[in-house]
Write a protein that binds this ligand. Structure first.
Ligand code: GAP
Length: 675
C-alpha cells in the first residue's frame, strides 16, 4: 500500500478532511502523534451516524441480539485466556540507523547496489591532531620549570597522538597518573582530549542499498553515520563489499539500510492499575472489543433471556500499538470497532435435535430467514451476506467491495473459516490482471468454541449452556447416532484441549476432560460456537469518504478553471441531512420562515442553517460537506405566486436538480430518505 503522499487522490481526500473538518491529526499543534486521529465537526457526525446505523441494524432491528458496553481496561487474565499476551504480535524489523520499524510482511521489494561494511575503527583526524599538538605545546610552554617541561615533552611527545588512535591516548593517560602535581594542566588537556575524541572500534556488519547510479560516497556517508551513532569516532570503514540486488524485502523503504532480523512485537498497549508501577499491576488497553463479550457471556445470557442462537453486540474503542500505522486512518493505533459475537449451537447439537444440519446454498441465503437447523457454515454465509447488505444500505455498492476467503494457512488455529469483506480504497493494490483487490473493512470469522472454552479454563467458571431440548432429543436418538455424535464432539474437544494445553496438563487429563464434555451432550450441555462479524468504524468512515469523493473541473469563458468537490454520501450517513437557506438574509419574513423550517426539522435530523453568501456559494459549501438536500425559502414561499405559498425549493446534491415541495410534506419526504 502506498502512503497518501504517493497517491494523488488520497492526498486530496486527506486535505479535504482537514479543510472541511472531517478528520484532523491528533495533537496537531504539537506536531502530531503518529497513528492517532481526531474527528472534526463533520467527521464526528458521520461517525456517530455510522455507529448508530450499525447498532440499529444489529440490535434494535433484530430479536436475537443484545447489546453490551464494557470497559476498555479489563482483568489482564482476559488477555492471557484469549491468547493476546502470548501471541498478539506482529513480526517487526528495524532500520538500525533511523530505528524506524516496519512490519516484516509489509516491506516493499527494492533493487539497487548494496554496499556492505564489515566494521569501522575510530580515528582522529589530522586537523584535530594539529590543533591538539598546538594546545599541548602551549600548555607545556607555560609549565613553571624546565624540568617539568622536559618531562612533559618526553611523556607526551609523539607517542601521545600523532597517527595513533584515541584508545592509545587512554593507555597513555594511565602512565601519567604518577606525574607530579606540576603537570596537572597537561593532564587536564589530555583528559579533555580523551573525553572528546576517544571512540571505540566496531566489527558490526552494515549494509545499505543505493539506487543504481547513485555515487558510492552516499553509501560511505550513511555507513559512517551509522558507526558514529554506535560510538565510533570519525569512523574509518572496513572491508567494503558491493553487490547488485533485485527485488529484496530486506531493506528499509526510506533509508535503504538493511533491516534487522524479524522479531515479534506485542501490539497491546500496557499500563498500570493503581499507584504502583509493578508487574503485578500491569493491565492492557483492549486490542479488540470482542473479549468483553465472551467474558460477560453468561451475565448477558441470563439477563437478556436470550437462547442460543443469539448475539451480543458492542461498539467501542480498541488500541493496538501498530508497528507502522499508515494510509491515513486505515491502520491507526487508537480506533473503534463494531463487533458482534453470534453464538450458535455446535453442528453435533443441531444434528441431535434436528436430525441433520441444513445445507443452504449461497443464493438461498440472501432471502432466507435463519432456520433452527442451520449449522456454522450457513450462519457464517448468512452473516457475510447480512454485512454486505448493510454496506449496500449505506451507499457502498457491491462493485466497490470484494472478498478474501482466508486460506487454511492464514486461519487462526481455532478458526474454521474467515471471510474478509474488502473495500477498494484509493491505495488498494491491483492483482496480476490489473484488477483492484481491496483492503479489509471487516472480517467475519467462524471461531468455533475457542473463546468461551478458554475463558472457562482460565476463570474456572462454566461457560456452557444447558438446553432441555437437547437432553430430550438425545434420549430419543438411536445408540449408533449417539455414539457417532459423541465421538465427533469428543474429537473436537480433545483437539482443542490438546492444542491449548498448559505445560502441566497430561494426555490423560485432556482425554478425561474431552470425555466429560462429550458426556455433557446427553445432559443437554454444550459450549456454544461463535460467528464473529468484526468491523472497524474508522476504516468504514475512510471507505465512505473515499466512496463519496467526486470532483468536477469547470472552465469559464475567460479560461479560468475551478475544481468543485461534492461528497456524495448516502443520506443515511451524511453528516448534515439538510441545509436550510433563506434566499436573502435582509428580508425578515423570509428569515422568519427559514427559522421556522429549521425548528420543524431539527428534532429529527442534523440541520445546517446558512444565510451567508450567494445561493450558489452556499450550495457549493453544502456539496463539499456532503449535504444531500438544500431547502431554499424565497418569495414564492411567502406567496408571491399564490399557488406556491408555503412551498420551498428542494435541491438535490448529486445532480443539482430542483423541485418545489409543500412545507407540510417536507419532513416526511426527508425522513423517508435518511432512514
Ligand atoms: N475480534 C476480531 C478482530 O479484532 P481484526 O481483524 O483484528 O479482528 C477487526 O479487526 C476489524 O477492526 C478490521 O477488519 C478493521 O476494520 C478494524 N481494525 C483492526 N485493526 C485496525 C487498526 N489498526 N486501525 C483501524 N482499524 C482496525
Amino acid at each position: 500500500m502506498t502512503e497518501p503522499k504517493d497517491n494523488p487522490l488520497m492526498e486530496k481526500i486527506v486535505s479535504l478532511c482537514k479543510r472541511r473538518g472531517f478528520i484532523f491529526q491528533s495533537s496537531e499543534i504539537y506536531g502530531g502523534i503518529n497513528g492517532f486521529w481526531d474527528y472534526g465537526p463533520l467527521g464526528a457526525e458521520l461517525k456517530r451516524n455510522v455507529k448508530e446505523l450499525w447498532w440499529h441494524a444489529m440490535t434494535r432491528q433484530r430479536d436475537d441480539v443484545a447489546g453490551l458496553e464494557a470497559t476498555i481496561i479489563m482483568s489482564p487474565q482476559i488477555w492471557k485466556a484469549s491468547g493476546h499476551v502470548d501471541t498478539f504480535a506482529d513480526l517487526m524489523r528495524e532500520c538500525p540507523l533511523t530505528k524506524k520499524r516496519v512490519r516484516a510482511d509489509q516491506v516493499e521489494p527494492q533493487s539497487g547496489i548494496a554496499f556492505t561494511y564489515l566494521g569501522a575503527n575510530s580515528t582522529i583526524t589530522n586537523e584535530v591532531v594539529s590543533v591538539f599538538r598546538a594546545n599541548l605545546a602551549d600548555t607545556i610552554s607555560k609549565l613553571p620549570n624546565d624540568d617539568l617541561k622536559t618531562r612533559a615533552e618526553i611523556e607526551a611527545g609523539d607517542l601521545l597522538v600523532g597517527e595513533l588512535g584515541a584508545t592509545k591516548v587512554a593507555a597513555y593517560l594511565f602512565q601519567w597518573r604518577d606525574l607530579s602535581e606540576g603537570l596537572q594542566p597537561v593532564r587536564k588537556l589530555l583528559h579533555e582530549f580523551k573525553k572528546t575524541h576517544e571512540g571505540k572500534d566496531s566489527s558490526e556488519r552494515f549494509t545499505v542499498l543505493l539506487p543504481i547510479g547513485k555515487p558510492p560516497e552516499s553509501a560511505h556517508k550513511i555507513a559512517r553515520e551509522f558507526y558514529q551513532l554506535n560510538g565510533v569516532k570519525n569512523p574509518a570503514l572496513l572491508g567494503e563489499e558491493i553487490k547488485k540486488i533485485e527485488n529484496s524485502v530486506d531493506f528499509h523503504p526510506e533509508s535503504g539500510v538493511m533491516l534487522t532480523e524479524a522479531r515479534p512485537f506485542n501490539l497491546m498497549f500496557k499500563t498500570f492499575v493503581g499507584p504502583v508501577e509493578s508487574e503485578d499491576n500491569v493491565a492492557y488497553l483492549r486490542p479488540e472489543t470482542a473479549q468483553a463479550i465472551f467474558a460477560q457471556f453468561k451475565n448477558v445470557l441470563e439477563t437478556s433471556r436470550q437462547k442460543v442462537p443469539f448475539g451480543i453486540a458492542q461498539v467501542g474503542k480498541a488500541f493496538r500499538n501498530e508497528v507502522t500505522p499508515r494510509n491515513f486512518t486505515f491502520r491507526s493505533r487508537e480506533f473503534e470497532q463494531m463487533e458482534l459475537e453470534f453464538f450458535i449451537k455446535p453442528d453435533e447439537v443441531i444434528e441431535a435435535i434436528h436430525g441433520s444440519v441444513a445445507s443452504v446454498s449461497n443464493s438461498q441465503l440472501s432471502t432466507l430467514n435463519p432456520q433452527p437447523n442451520w449449522g456454522w457454515q450457513a450462519w457464517h454465509q448468512y452473516w457475510v451476506e447480512e454485512r454486505v447488505r448493510f454496506y449496500e444500505g449505506i451507499g457502498l455498492s457491491r462493485a466497490m467491495l470484494g472478498f478474501h476467503h482466508q486460506t487454511p494457512a492464514e486461519l487462526a488455529h481455532y478458526a474454521r473459516a474467515c471471510t474478509d469483506i474488502l473495500f477498494k480504497f484509493p491505495f488498494s493494490k491491483k492483482d496480476e490482471q490489473g484488477k483492484v483487490i481491496g483492503d479489509e473493512l471487516e472480517g467475519i470469522a467462524a471461531r468455533s468454541d475457542f473463546d468461551l472454552s478458554q475463558h472457562q479454563r482460565f476463570s474456572g467458571k462454566p461457560m456452557g449452556v444447558f438446553e432441555d431440548e437437547l437432553r430430550a432429543a438425545w434420549a430419543k436418538l438411536p445408540k449408533e447416532k449417539q455414539d457417532a455424535l459423541w465421538k465427533r464432539y469428543y474429537d473436537h474437544r480433545k483437539n482443542y484441549l490438546t492444542k491449548c494445553a498448559r505445560p502441566d496438563e497430561t494426555a490423560e487429563q485432556i482425554s478425561k476432560q474431552a470425555t466429560d464434555d462429550a458426556n455433557g451432550l446427553a445432559k443437554g450441555q454444550y459450549i456454544p460456537h461463535v460467528i464473529e462479524p468484526s468491523a472497524g468504524v474508522d476504516r468504514l468512515i475512510l471507505a465512505l469518504i473515499a466512496n463519496a469523493y467526486s470532483e468536477i473541473t469547470e472552465t469559464d469563458d475567460k479560461g479560468k478553471s475551478e475544481t468543485r468537490v461534492t461528497m456524495k454520501f448516502h443520506p443515511r450517513v451524511a453528516p448534515i441531512k439538510v441545509a436550510v437557506l433563506p434566499l436573502m438574509k435582509n428580508k425578515p419574513e423570509i428569515v422568519k420562515k427559514a427559522e421556522e423550517m429549521r425548528a420543524l426539522l431539527r428534532p429529527w435530523m442534523n440541520v445546517f442553517y446558512d444565510e451567508a453568501g450567494s445561493i450558489g456559494r452556499r450550495y457549493a459549501r453544502q456539496d463539499e460537506a456532503g449535504t444531500p438536500f438544500c431547502v431554499t425559502i424565497d418569495f414564492d414561499t411567502l406567496g408571491e405566486k399564490p399557488e406556491l405559498l408555503d412551498t420551498v425549493t428542494i435541491r438535490y446534491r448529486d445532480d443539482g436538480r430542483q423541485d418545489r415541495l409543500k412545507i407540510s410534506e417536507l419532513l416526511e419526504f426527508l425522513l423517508s430518505k435518511i432512514r
